[in-house]
Design a binder for this molecule. Structure first.
Ligand code: SF4
Length: 475
């Protein structure tokens, strides 16, 4: 169980009418989407129906050297992907885009989200003789699409049929020999938007990827929409639209980059509003408001604005520590927090401090942070969290698949406060979390706070014992 909630992927696609260096555009955009996944990444390029691709474990600059990009060659379409994965799925074979050959040529797919019926679909496909090379849901989707394609007259119709079978969260970018296709599940759990750059169409998880290559934002892809881009231009199939509309509210709380605009709402402003609501709901007499970098900073600013208690920079985060940082002994792990994060004493010492973060999952790191603030000389530490207590698992493309280690599932708020060593603790209410993204053109999923999921929970989450071993083998 991780300390922070993680979204599992970011996707990107480009369709140009000319043969050009689409791989480089993809590379730049993946840099901008790196926050959505740091385990692996990949790019597939299509030139006249022929697809070249490269994907591997690692960050975008580690996986793609100049030579690797040049080797992908030029093309008129490209698809890119960055991936974060749960521990039991960390393997090179799970890196995307997935590229397969079927009866109508090659197809590449990049997926953000998780299916709730993937295991059932996988077992059914295996009983029909399908073999799998990965443990991810994306291969289930591509297998169903390619099977449907045999009896349909276009790839988009095969996708439309596939959407009747797959349940859960999926924002997809699919590349066939002649078309680039964007697909969003009926709830629209994960973001997906359309942009344009000098006549080329762009699909991206977030608008910050459009900004990174100088593209203009056009609109969000609708929940349930299939958007097809080819030499005729763009058109949509909307037979699955209008059924639901429940975007993940955590995109605004934590996942998305603050400079992105999603469903018409600015992510940075949403986090400030979360902080303002928090100050309204949980006021406290204090002298400074500080945020845990980077995720708590915007909400801390909002709390400060509403409460008129000064905002201070309480921490310095070590920017050069990657996910690979390993502290071998327990004692070193205890000290690791100071290597990752150190306090600024002049902001904190002898003051009553309001400490803001976006969420508490296990509570282990938060306990160390509260202790750090106390060791720095704070007179009082009042912890405020810009989301409601996280008490239920998420099945829609994050890495929290069970309740057992969620601190808010096991303890009441006063018990958590006591465990963390804070003087007081307050969470944002479910009522107000739904209001943080002002003017957003969507409703929100709040299943992890309320247990009310917009689609049924998965009945079985069963994995073969060998699937669990794949990560270890591939490393
Ligand atoms: S359950 Fe929570 S984390 Fe998962 S999609 Fe819904 S709001 Fe997002």
């Amino acid at each position: 169980m991780p300390e922070k909630l993680h979204d599992q992927c970011g996707v990107f696609g480009i369709y140009s009418n000319d043969i050009s260096d689409v791989a480089s555009q993809c590379y730049l955009a993946l840099y901008a989407l790196q926050h959505r996944g740091q385990e692996s990444c990949g790019i597939a390029v299509c030139n006249d129906g022929v697809m070249q691709y490269h994907n591997d474990l690692g960050l975008v600059p580690d996986v793609f050297s100049k030579e690797k990009l040049e080797k992908l060659g030029k093309g008129n379409m490209a698809v890119g992907h960055v991936r974060y994965s749960p521990v039991d799925q960390r393997s090179r074979s799970n890196a995307q885009p997935l590229v397969v050959r079927h009866s109508k040529g090659s197809i590449a797919i990049a997926h953000n989200g998780s299916l709730t019926n993937a295991q059932t679909l996988r077992e059914n496909l295996q009983l029909q003789g399908t073999v799998f090379h990965t443990t991810n849901d994306t291969e289930v989707i591509i297998n169903i699409i390619t099977k449907k394609r045999i009896n349909t007259n276009s790839i988009e119709n095969a996708i439309e049929e596939t959407m009747k079978e797959i349940k859960g969260a999926y924002s997809l970018v699919i590349m066939s020999p002649k078309k680039l296709i964007a697909v969003r599940d009926i709830c629209g759990f994960r973001p997906l938007c359309l942009g344009k750059l000098n006549g080329a169409y762009i699909i991206a998880s977030e608008s910050c990827a459009l900004d990174s290559i100088g593209a203009d934002f056009i609109r969000d892809i609708e929940p349930g929409e299939i958007l097809i881009i080819d030499h005729h231009g763009q058109r949509s199939i909307k037979t699955h639209c209008g059924k639901k509309n429940n975007m993940c509210v955590f995109e605004f709380i934590y996942f998305a980059r603050p400079d992105s605009i999603i469903e018409g709402a600015n992510v940075h402003e949403a986090r400030i509003r979360a902080g303002r609501f928090l100050a309204e709901e949980h006021p406290v007499d204090a002298q400074v408001v500080i945020g845990v970098p980077s995720s708590g900073l915007d909400a801390a600013l909002g709390y400060s604005q509403y409460s008129e208690i000064p905002y201070g920079v309480g921490f310095i985060k070590n920017r050069y520590i990657g996910r690979t940082f390993i502290a071998p002994t327990q004692e070193e792990r205890e000290k690791a927090i100071r290597i990752k994060l150190n306090t600024i004493a002049s902001t904190i010492k002898n003051k009553k401090v309001i400490l803001i973060d976006d969420s508490i999952i296990r509570g282990t790191t938060m306990k160390r942070i509260v202790n750090l603030v106390r060791e720095t000389g704070a007179k009082e530490v009042h912890l405020r969290i810009s989301s409601p207590p996280f008490i239920n698992p998420c099945y829609f493309g994050t890495d929290i698949s069970s309740r057992e280690n969620l601190i808010s599932h096991k303890m009441t708020t006063p018990q958590i406060c006591n465990y963390l060593g804070a003087d007081s603790l307050g969470f944002l209410s479910v009522k107000n979390v739904a209001k943080i993204a002002k003017n957003a053109k969507c409703n929100f999923c709040d299943g992890c706070f309320t247990g009310n999921y917009p689609v049924p929970e998965p009945v079985i989450i069963k994995k073969s014992k060998y699937d669990h071993k794949i990560g270890e083998l591939d490393f």
